[in-house]
Ligand binder design. Structure first.
Ligand code: ADP
Ligand code: MG
Ligand code: MG
Length: 252
């Protein structure tokens, strides 16, 4: 089963230390949620794992299926089976959604093992149906004039089409109305299987009403300060983060 293991991770941006000793391990079959106040380093974690050049890893290790993730180039990470929402450029003129998805799938495959056009179309049709997406969507140019909700839906379509081993989904719930939120959740739930592990990063508990995580982690000041089950997310919803700060003696 897939595995990502983060140990003692330290990340800085332009010399400023943002992540300060973070540990997290995700296995296939598990959905984890990382929650935390704004500005605590959640998106920094996602960007660092993606290999964004601006984010400097100053200490710690990350292994992906036992291999050193930090040594891999960005495209090697994707090819190894790591998925990060928002990986693709915002608009590419003249490239349809279908073209883009098909070339993304093939870029992750060995030469000679590309997905056939028929298989691709069948798969895309069924995933779009699951996500309640209009057929015309596949022929629209990538992200051109997509609404916020359509972009999120499209990210989930990409997830379902690429079938990565591990996905890191940062704020996939931001700006969604309740219907879009349900569709996005349905897509993630459909991915649940022993060969898939997922990290959901969210500021709000709302998404976790639809996707039940196995583990919930609270991130504060660049570290995971508390872990628990779904009930932890519920308590954060009801009581906010102050009780954890009190517990840990953190002042803001
Ligand atoms: P969160 O996702 O938890 O809201 P972020 O990871 O976005 O937090 O931000 C953590 C801290 O890092 C903030 O203080 C933010 O201002 C800073 N930061 C994030 N990205 C950058 C960047 N590209 N350049 C400079 N500072 C950044
Ligand atoms: Mg933020
Ligand atoms: Mg963020």
């Amino acid at each position: 089963a897939p595995n990502i293991k983060i140990e003692n991770l330290h990340v800085s941006i332009e010399g400023k230390q943002i992540i300060k000793g973070l540990d997290l391990e995700i296995n296939g079959g598990e959905i984890h949620a990382v929650m935390g106040p704004n500005g605590t380093g959640k998106s920094t974690l996602a960007s660092a794992l993606m290999g964004h050049p601006k984010y400097e890893i100053t200490e710690g290790t990350v292994t992906f299926d036992g291999e050193d993730l930090l040594e891999m180039e960005v495209d090697e990470r994707a090819k190894a089976g790591l998925f990060l929402a928002m990986q693709y450029p915002s608009e590419i003129s003249g490239v349809t959604n279908a073209d883009f998805l098909r070339s993304s799938i093939n870029a992750r495959r060995e030469e000679g093992k590309e997905i056939s056009l028929m298989k691709f179309i069948r798969k895309m049709d069924s995933k779009m149906e699951l996500l309640d997406m209009d057929e015309s969507f596949s022929q629209r140019y990538l992200n051109e004039g997509f609404s916020g909700g359509e972009k999120k839906r499209n990210e989930i379509l990409q997830l379902l089409m690429l079938e990565p081993k591990i996905a890191i989904l940062d704020e996939i719930d931001s700006g969604l109305d309740i219907d879009a939120l349900k569709v996005v959740s349905k897509g993630v739930n459909d991915m649940r299987n022993p060969d898939f592990g997922c990290l959901i990063i969210t500021h709000y508990q709302r998404l976790l009403n639809y996707i039940t995580p196995d583990k919930v982690h609270v991130m504060m000041q660049g570290r995971i300060v508390k872990s628990g089950g779904p009930e932890l997310a519920q308590r954060l919803e009801e009581e906010g983060y102050d009780w954890i700060k009190d517990e840990l003696g953190i002042k803001d």
